[in-house]
Write a protein that binds this ligand. Structure first.
Ligand code: HEM
Length: 469
């Protein structure tokens, strides 16, 4: 009973259910998995703010040597590392970046308008990836990428990124994979990479190294008039010992924050766009709401206006729920004490020795029909029409950013980006945009490389924009 090469990542729990094993399945010699279809409430135990569980270092070794916040195993060390950057990612600080995000959205819209005048088929999945990379690198390093300026929306490098994400799984089993990649000499890249895509990815790494070196050299103090970068904030953080502030740590942190904020937000935007364009009723409701807000205003709409729109928020919630931007099984363990688990009927309690890894899987909650009726339907209205008691239940089990001390650090960035992009792209271009040879399969998850990936032969989310198309 294994899911190979990340394919069909829900095989395990589906098998577990159909074989009526109950909510617990032992999925490898050291890990038990709790089925969120049967026991969704356990999510709030396993991923709580108060329980001091460690992350499974083996599973997270796919993200490097465990130096970054996301891949830190020890809960103690994680508290210090997260504490060092939490103010940088707080709602108050992130909101200062709204003009930057709006400028990126405006750049995306201008690019799409240009494609429209050339009557091009647009690869919107890659366009969204470019947007999310440009935005997230504005938070992870001082010198952001400019992917939205690439003619083909980075088709080659975005394709390679998928390949690198696949390596996360391989790296868990063969610890040499990432170190070997880092040894590839520059001349070899230039010789074999005729398209320049690999070079673009190598440039990412070089830019993270430069940014790390810069923060170390200037001791976290940017020149007058410049805002401290995330890495400057790390350098100055009192939560960390001075001798922990080293190059490798800074590079891994910048790399993983960038990785965490790219495919997640882009796949959510892609799925949202597909469903809004596919379903006429959803489309009409969203466009009516946006037009009423915009009136004759030709400027892009700001966050304070867009975040009050219930139907737009319903669309975003449904996109997050159905796309499940993190499909990894989020394994945790307690190295200090035994862990107990009581089945939902209260009849059986299991005790697991210290170091037993336990995990759950977000889609089990989001596709739970008792919480979200017709769970596979994109239905933004469910977030508006549902009776208060049940709505409370829906919010409780809506966990795209997970919960507790290890929940998403970039949640404010992601929420701002989703609202500003979805609201403004549909307000400006929605009426002229239509799907082009794209079906639900092209936005549906077929592989789990921690983030979900679509089938390998899919051409992605393609649209045409313009009245003549
Ligand atoms: C739709 C967008 C996003 C979703 C759904 C999402 C979801 C998540 C989830 C579920 C986790 C927990 C992973 C785990 O337990 O191992 C996580 C962690 C994290 N995310 Fe996000 N994320 C998104 C966007 C972002 C963005 C834009 C950034 C950066 C600006 C970001 C940075 C991080 C970081 C650094 C962590 C690790 C937190 C820690 O371990 O303390 N994420 N995210």
């Amino acid at each position: 009973m294994t899911a190979s090469r990340g394919e069909a990542g829900n095989t395990l729990s589906r098998c577990a259910r159909c074989m009526t094993y109950g909510p617990i399945i032992r999925i490898n010699p050291w890990e038990v998995h709790i089925d969120g279809q049967i026991d969704p409430a356990f999510w709030h135990v396993l991923y709580s703010q108060s329980t001091k569980l460690d992350k499974d270092g083996w599973y997270y070794s796919g993200f490097g040597s465990g130096l970054s916040t996301v891949a830190t195993s020890s809960s103690e060390l994680h508290r210090a590392r997260r504490g060092a950057v939490s103010s940088y990612f707080s709602a108050g600080h992130v909101r200062k970046y709204e003009p930057m995000v709006l400028a990126q959205v405006s750049k995306l819209i201008a690019r799409l308008q240009k494609c429209s005048s050339n009557d091009e088929v647009v690869d919107l999945a890659n366009a969204y990836r470019c947007l999310t990379i440009d935005v997230v690198t504005s938070f992870s390093v001082p010198d952001p990428r400019k992917m939205l300026e690439l003619d083909d929306f980075g088709k080659g490098s975005n394709g390679l990124m998928r390949g690198f994400s696949k390596l996360i799984t391989l790296q868990r089993h063969m610890k040499v994979v990432i170190p070997l990649l880092e040894l590839i000499p520059d001349w070899l890249v230039t010789a074999v990479d005729t398209s320049g895509s690999f070079r673009q990815l190598m440039d990412f790494r070089i830019s993270f190294q430069k940014a790390a070196q810069q923060a170390l050299d200037r001791k976290g103090k940017p020149p007058p008039g410049q805002e401290p970068s995330n890495l400057d904030t790390l350098y100055s953080a009192s939560e960390l010992a001075q001798n922990d502030k080293v190059m490798n740590y800074f590079v891994e942190e910048a790399t993983n924050i960038t990785g965490a904020g790219t495919e997640t937000t882009a796949s959510t935007l892609g799925l949202l766009t597909y469903h809004v364009l596919f379903d006429r009723d959803v489309f009409d409701k969203l466009l009516t709401e946006l037009s009423a807000l915009a009136g004759n205003n030709t400027e892009l709409m700001e966050l304070r206006m867009l975040e009050k729109l219930p139907y737009l928020q319903g669309c975003i919630n449904e996109a997050l729920r159905l796309s499940n931007p993190v499909t990894g099984r989020l394994p945790r363990f307690n190295p200090r004490a035994a862990t107990t688990y009581t089945t939902p009927d209260g009849k059986t309690t299991y005790t697991f020795p210290p170091n037993t890894v336990m995990s759950m899987y977000m889609p089990d909650l989001h596709f739970n029909a008792s919480i979200f009726p017709s769970p596979h339907t994109f239905n933004p209205s469910r977030w508006i029409d549902t009776l208060p008691e049940h709505l409370k239940e829906m919010h409780r089990y809506f966990v795209p950013f997970s919960k507790g001390s290890r929940s998403c650090l970039g949640i404010e960035v992601a929420k701002m980006e989703l609202v500003l992009t979805a609201g403004n792209v549909f307000q400006k271009l929605g009426r002229d945009m239509r799907l082009w040879e794209t079906t639900k399969r092209d936005v549906s998850w077929a592989y789990d490389f921690f983030a979900p990936y679509i089938p390998v032969d899919s051409k992605g989310l393609r649209v045409k924009i313009g009245k003549s198309s």
